[in-house]
Design a protein around this ligand. Structure first.
Ligand code: BGN
Length: 326
């Protein structure tokens, strides 16, 4: 074996030290990037029901013969699924009770009507898990809900703000009093995480496994947000100007604050989610500039200035498809 010179040895040592330093630095940065608020302020656990916005859509037929649905047991439920227990495949899913993505509880009159709006494109494998998982989860909640899948069906850059505005417009037409804006890659783990609006906008996904179950920052509204329809209108919905990943939710959060609306949350043991794995989308390099400009213009751009887009509605058993071409 050839003998290494002292110079080569020192060089080898340097390379190894350098590699370890880089790895350490990466772990260090990762820790601080995902560092957040563990015990964030939340609605008091014992009075959650009193804080919720009990309102149903006018189209919902209530039956005198049926009692009002009860929510106290759901809200007090400690039943949860661990993130590793979430099925990766649903082979035997039953769509019982679902029509066009709409569900109405059978044995009681619900006190909540909720439109669940999902902006979507090209994530079939996630959708295959999301739809059965969410319907199984939501059908246990005694709420009237409808799932709107808003799909961008063109090759242009993904525009989540426009899609959410279009979805909200469809839900507002159906006179839903409460909108839940939900990412397709997030699955709720706690049975007590009732999909309902509160008096103030409610951020549901406060505790995601991807962020080590801590809230990254207190004004975050991205992921899953429940907002009263009139508040969504009051803030003029989402900005239509964000293309690609990032910023539209922080801009929306600014709109809420600008309207003196607080962001409320449930306790963390009711707010856990698992994020389905996917490649990180390309970040929008212009997002900070757009946010600055929007603030100067005072949210003039939004639902009221929705660009002309081609929209078509189609019924599917598990969702109402809102197809959008920008
Ligand atoms: C933030 C993004 C959000 C995203 C969260 C969580 C921006 C704006 C420039 C600071 N905000 O950094 O859009 O939901 O991370 O991933 O990029």
């Amino acid at each position: 074996m050839p003998k290494c010179s002292l110079k080569t040895r020192i060089l080898q040592l340097r390379v190894i030290t350098c590699m370890f330093s880089i790895l350490f630095l990466k772990a260090f940065i990762h820790f601080f990037v995902t560092y957040g608020i563990y015990n964030y302020p939340h609605l008091p656990a014992d009075v959650l029901e009193t804080q919720l916005y009990k309102r149903t859509a006018p189209s919902l037929v209530l039956h005198k013969s049926k009692p009002d649905c009860k929510y106290d047991e759901i809200l007090k439920s400690t039943s949860s699924v661990q993130n590793w227990e979430v099925p990766k495949k649903f082979d035997d899913f039953s769509a019982k009770g679902l029509v066009n993505g709409t569900y109405v509880p059978e044995h009681c009159n619900p006190l909540f009507s909720v439109a669940i709006i999902v902006a979507y494109r090209n994530r079939q494998s996630q959708l295959d898990v999301f739809l059965p998982y969410m319907h199984n989860f939501l059908r246990r909640q005694n709420i009237h809900y409808r799932l709107y899948l808003v799909e961008q069906q063109d090759e242009k850059t993904f525009n989540k703000g426009v899609l959410l505005n279009v979805g909200a417009r469809a839900a507002l037409r159906d006179r839903f009093p409460c909108l839940v804006l939900q990412d397709v890659d997030l699955l709720p783990l706690d049975a007590g995480n009732l999909y309902a609006c509160a008096a103030e906008p409610r951020h549901l996904s406060a505790s995601i496994d991807k962020f080590r179950f801590v809230l990254p920052y207190d004004y975050l509204v991205g992921g899953v947000l429940a907002i009263k329809a009139d508040h969504f209108l009051a803030v003029n919905g989402f900005s239509n100007r964000f293309e690609g990943w990032g910023g539209e939710d922080d801009d929306f959060s600014w709109r809420l604050t600008n309207h003196k609306l607080d962001i409320v949350r449930f306790p963390r043991q009711l707010s856990r989610y698992t994020m389905l794995r996917h490649r990180q989308e390309a970040r929008n390099s212009q997002r900070r500039r757009i946010m600055r400009e929007n603030r100067q213009r005072g949210a003039a751009d939004g639902l009221s200035s929705l660009p002309r887009v081609a929209v078509s509605l189609a019924a599917n058993r598990l969702f109402t498809l809102v197809a959008v071409r920008l």
